[in-house]
Design a protein around this ligand. Structure first.
Ligand code: NAD
Length: 502
């Protein structure tokens, strides 16, 4: 560990005062006061009074009115796209503010949050371009009529987000939903409302019609639940844990409402015996330890060919022990704190479980004893082996800097173990042979496979999980269609009245 630098111990600007954004109006929430903290130091960043179910009702009513107003609803695609371009410009102009706010509130490094802000701006630009260039279909008729299929807005979209990447996950929901002509009621995670509120300020200042966006911080079981059950909400897009996603799917079934669910993972990363070892070591480390492992797509289950297992593990452990832990805004930091001490404690409990299950902790496995990190939510990057794939440590999502490593003997054994999981979000393959990579990629049950890279993202590439990792895909050209209803229109061409009635 290198010396830590607490150059900027406190946020260098004030976040939005204690306000929530309800249908175009800024006001104090009437729900309970919540202390939003900085996980690097444990300091309180802001007290936010949360929203209530009454706020949800008002946000949905105002959202509906705004979405139905011809001033928004009748805009042609290229006119609506202008709003998205304006938002992208405004996000870029506020890059350092958004990046610092997210870094202070989530514990992610400033380098990472700066990249996330860039990707949020890019998301608005991408969906502006898709919107302007999307065609409606003239379908092939099977009679004397003309048939078309058009896309129309759903109305009000409920967007429920987790705490790990607010700026990126908010943009991934708001941009396509607005592009499709909807209004959005967004509920950020309880621990991390500040970035979403800042985003609301930025969107508000671009002149987006009032009511099209509401940001309602609060408890999932209160505010989130009210959004999901509200009769005026026509679709919910949710990113978060599998159990919450399942509860939302049940509620959606009652309303017969479409949902998209981006859920958890326990993604396998695979190192074949012909891999470039140095590249694979770095890739595996980035895949699990960047964002302090708090990433849905973290490569948290590592499979290494038994023939190179010991050599690979020795290098991996040695390099992991050299990772620099520290506050999120220290430019030297590679691994920041976890989002909250409560979450850190749940990760620590998983490592205790791994020990009980008979796992060998090869490095980490503890809270750092560095006095300067005492008040933050830190945990040492941890590598565990010696457990079967059937153990809870190998099967459950830990969502922290904890990697579990298993050897494999041959491809059949590998595929059986890698696919033996309730999750199917992502996976990674490190190999020197593109034919082996292709065949393996096709056999893995995952929404995304990275080959000789990991955790890369492109807004133009669809993203979604299979099995208990999700339902539906986001991003890509069809991203806007996911926030639309399709309507078919038949134009009769008969010159004579229908003879059936004669
Ligand atoms: P979570 O499921 O606890 O919470 C997610 C959101 O849902 C929060 O805003 C929460 O307040 C809300 N919520 C909770 N209960 C609710 C309810 N009954 N009704 C409506 N809303 C409710 O998840 P988290 O701890 O915030 O985030 C971590 C999880 O998110 C991990 O499992 C991670 O894998 C997953 N995640 C998935 C993706 C993806 O794209 N697949 C991306 C990021 C995070």
């Amino acid at each position: 560990m290198t010396a830590l630098d607490f150059r900027e111990a406190t946020l260098p600007f004030a976040p939005i005062a204690d306000r929530i954004f309800v249908g175009g109006t800024w006001r104090q929430g009437t729900g309970p006061a919540f202390e939003v903290t900085d996980p690097s130091t444990g300091e309180v960043l802001q007290v936010v009074h949360q929203a209530t179910t009454t706020d949800v009702d008002e946000a949905v009513r105002r959202g509906r009115a705004a979405a139905e107003d011809p001033a928004w609803r009748s805009l042609l695609p290229h006119q609506r796209a202008k709003f998205l371009h304006r938002i992208a410009d405004a996000i870029e102009a506020n890059t350092s503010r958004l990046a610092l706010l997210q870094s202070y509130n989530t514990g992610k490094t400033v380098a990472e949050t700066t990249a996330l802000v860039g990707s949020a701006a890019g998301t608005f630009r991408y969906f502006a371009a898709v919107l302007e260039t999307a065609d409606e279909d003239l379908t092939t008729p099977r009679g004397n009529y003309l048939t078309m299929s058009v896309h129309e807005p759903i109305g009000v979209i409920g967007a429920i987000a987790p705490w790990n990447s607010p700026v990126a996950s908010d943009a991934q929901k708001i941009a396509p939903a607005l592009a499709a002509g909807n209004a959005v009621v967004l509920k950020p995670a309880e621990w991390t409302p500040l970035v979403s509120l800042e985003l609301a300020r930025i969107l508000d200042e671009t002149g987006l019609p009032a009511g099209l966006l509401s940001v309602l911080p609060g408890k999932g079981s209160v505010v989130g639940d009210a959004i999901v059950h509200h009769p005026g909400v026509g679709k919910v897009t949710f990113t978060g844990g599998t159990n919450t996603g399942r509860a939302i799917a049940h509620a959606a079934a009652e309303k017969l409402m479409p949902v998209s669910l981006e859920l958890g993972g326990k993604s396998p990363t695979i190192v074949l015996d012909d891999a470039d070892i140095d590249a694979a070591v770095n890739g595996v480390m980035y895949g699990i330890f960047s964002s302090t492992g708090q990433s849905c797509i973290a490569g948290s289950r590592l499979f290494v060919d038994r023939r190179i297992y010991e050599e690979f593990l020795a290098k991996l452990v040695a390099k992991t022990q050299r990772l620099r832990l520290g506050p999120s805004r220290d430019p030297d930091t590679q691994v920041g704190p976890m989002v909250h001490r409560k979450h850190r404690d749940s990760v620590a409990a998983y490592v205790d479980l791994a020990r009980e299950e008979g796992g060998r902790v090869l490095c980490g496995g503890a809270i750092p004893d560095d006095e300067r990190l005492r008040d933050g939510a830190y945990y040492l990057p941890t590598i565990i082996d010696g457990l079967p794939n059937t153990s809870r440590t190998c099967q459950e999502e830990i969502f922290g800097p904890v990697l579990v490593v298993l050897p494999f003997d041959g491809e059949a054994d590998l595929v059986a173990q890698a696919n033996d999981s309730v999750f199917g979000l992502a996976s990674g393959i490190w190999t020197g042979d593109y034919r082996r990579a292709w065949k393996l990629a096709r056999r893995l049950q995952a929404g995304t496979v990275w080959i000789n890279t990991y955790k890369q993202f492109s807004i133009s590439t669809p993203f979604g999980g299979v099995k208990e990792s999700g339902l539906g895909v986001e991003k890509g050209r069809s991203g806007i269609a996911a926030y639309s209803r399709q309507k078919s229109i038949y134009w009769g061409l008969d010159e004579e009245p229908n003879p059936w009635a004669d």
